[in-house]
Structure formats: C-alpha cells, structure tokens
Design a protein around this ligand. Structure first.
Ligand code: TYC
Length: 99
C-alpha cells in the first residue's frame, strides 16, 4: 500500500550519492611531464603525488586520479581530453562507478 511506498522512498533517500572514479589510461606517446601537469592542475595533486600516480599508470596501464560525484567526474574527463587534444597527445581518461 501507500505506506510501503513511503518507506521505500525513505530508504533510498538516505543512501549516499553514487561516486565515480576518474581513471587515466597509459599510452606510449603522452609525455610523463604532461601527465604530471594534468594531475596537479585538474586533480589538485602536489608534484610528489602526481609523479607517483603517473608512474603507477605507466607501469600498470591505468590509475585512479580522483573520486567525485557523477557530474564532476564527467567534467574532469572532458577537461583531460580537451587538454590532451589541445596539446596533441593521445591521453585517454574514463569515469567509472566506484565499487
Ligand atoms: N607511457 C608514457 C611515456 O612513457 C607516460 C604516460 C603515463 C602516458 C601515464 C599516459 O596516463 C599516462 N611517455
């Protein structure tokens, strides 16, 4: 009845919003320095952390750069792709739901 509908709505409303991780993918062409710059300027990392993440991506093929709401994560991906395109690098980024 209508009571159970209200209870279901209340259960859903207290769940935290789904979060999305922005993942950078390795390639053979994008300069390491460009990736470090992106991690500092778009993901707020200091130089040491940006270097650590870049090397992790270089070695493992991918790495998480940050975790955000859906809209912010999608905007970060767009910003990475725009910066890479502008600089002429093939750097790729994706947003995926956090497990
Ligand atoms: N593999 C690249 C190189 O050797 C560096 C690189 C790191 C590229 C991370 C992309 O997401 C990336 N120049």
């Amino acid at each position: 009845g209508s009571d159970s509908v209200v209870l279901e709505r209340q259960t859903l409303q207290v769940q935290p919003p789904p979060m999305f991780q922005v993942v950078l993918l390795n390639d053979d062409f994008t300069p390491m320095e460009f990736v470090i710059d992106v991690l500092q300027e778009l993901f707020g990392k200091d130089r040491e952390e940006a270097t650590r993440i870049m090397l992790k991506i270089h070695l493992d093929g991918r790495g998480i750069c940050g975790v955000y709401s859906r809209d912010v994560a999608n905007t970060k991906v767009e910003q990475v792709l725009m910066a890479a395109q502008h600089a002429g690098h093939p750097l790729q980024a994706v947003s995926e739901p956090v497990e």
